[in-house]
Design a binder for this molecule. Structure first.
Ligand SMILES: NC(=O)c1ccc[n+]([C@@H]2O[C@H](COP(=O)([O-])OP(=O)(O)OC[C@H]3O[C@@H](n4cnc5c(N)ncnc54)[C@H](OP(=O)(O)O)[C@@H]3O)[C@@H](O)[C@H]2O)c1
Length: 265
């Protein structure tokens, strides 16, 4: 497919980013991957949630010191920016903001910036991170109801939500209901491993995009961490569709809010 055809197809996908009802089904390689994200939400919280990680062949998303740039190649970076552009909100954990100081804006493709959402239960992050600076897209700093501090962090609005009494951290179903109430129903969980794993454990992911790069680290920060499984049969098994993101492979997984058996309460 040539560049112009891809651009046209991307434009058609972007045109459906808003709340308008879907028109004619889209065809093409980008639509196969992204159109499921534009479908109306099926969960009662009103959100469509896609998680994403780029990992090494041995399941690491960063070195132990937190260096992750770049595990995936150019194709994976473009894919990540396309997810930002199609989604209303991009969610990251405090660990990613601490290590990477990301901007979380859409720069590698045409499309709007998402609202940036940082999960930091106990408000350990300071205002010096770029995502909290004035002049960028809006940022929400989400913390626990009982976390002390003012209602702003730099330019970010502070949002308080209940803690999850079982899993720890914040109650993710409450976060999704809140984002839907703010008109941000399409949610991209960009990382890191702890954050995507918590969404998975809570049964809060409609879709999972995992890029596997041809790299072996043998150590590092893990992609997914869940409670211990006693048997292989206890693992979450699914169908996947692979896409070549030369030199990497992207796996598109329809989780449909499945909750791993080891996480059932
Ligand atoms: N390869 C990739 O795709 C990729 C993507 C993103 C980041 N990274 C790398 O991954 C590393 C960071 O990942 P990580 O797994 O260590 O951490 P992380 O997921 O970025 O952040 C974890 C922290 O975020 C907060 N958090 C996450 N989920 C939460 C929830 N449901 N409720 C409340 N708080 C929540 C918690 O902070 P508190 O403990 O303070 O409560 C938690 O400890 C960095 O080195 C970064 O470079 C890689």
């Amino acid at each position: 497919m040539d560049g112009l055809a891809i651009e046209t197809e991307w434009g058609a996908l972007l045109a459906r980013r808003g709340a308008a009802p879907p028109g004619r089904p889209l065809a093409g390689p980008l639509a196969a991957l992204f159109a499921p994200l534009l479908a109306p939400p099926s969960a009662a919280d009103g959100c469509v949630v896609v998680g994403r990680l780029a990992q090494t062949l041995d399941g690491r998303i960063a070195t132990l010191s937190g260096s992750s740039q770049w595990i995936g190649g150019r194709g994976d970076i473009l894919h990540t920016h396309r997810l930002r552009a199609l989604c209303h909100a991009v969610v990251v954990g405090a660990g990613t903001v601490r290590h990477d100081d990301p901007l979380l804006t859409t720069r590698e493709c045409e499309g709007p910036d998402p609202v940036r959402v940082v999960l930091d239960t106990d408000r350990r992050l300071g205002p010096d991170r770029r995502v909290f600076a004035a002049g960028g897209p809006p940022t929400l700093l989400v913390c626990a109801e009982d976390a002390p501090g003012p209602d702003r962090l730099g330019a970010a609005e502070v949002v308080r939500l209940p803690r999850d009494p079982v899993a720890g951290g914040l109650l993710l179903p409450a976060l999704l209901r809140f984002l839907a109430s703010r008109g941000l129903p399409r949610v991209f969980v960009e990382g890191g491993g702890v954050t995507v794993s918590r969404f998975l454990a809570a049964g809060c992911l409609d879709r999972l995009h995992v890029t596997v790069a041809p790299v072996l680290l043998g150590s590092g920060i893990p992609a997914f961490t869940l409670p211990e499984a006693a048997r292989i049969a206890d693992g979450l098994r699914f169908r996947w569709t692979p896409y070549a993101l030369d030199p990497d492979v992207l796996f598109d997984i329809a989780l449909d809010r499945a909750r791993p058996a080891v996480c059932a309460v």
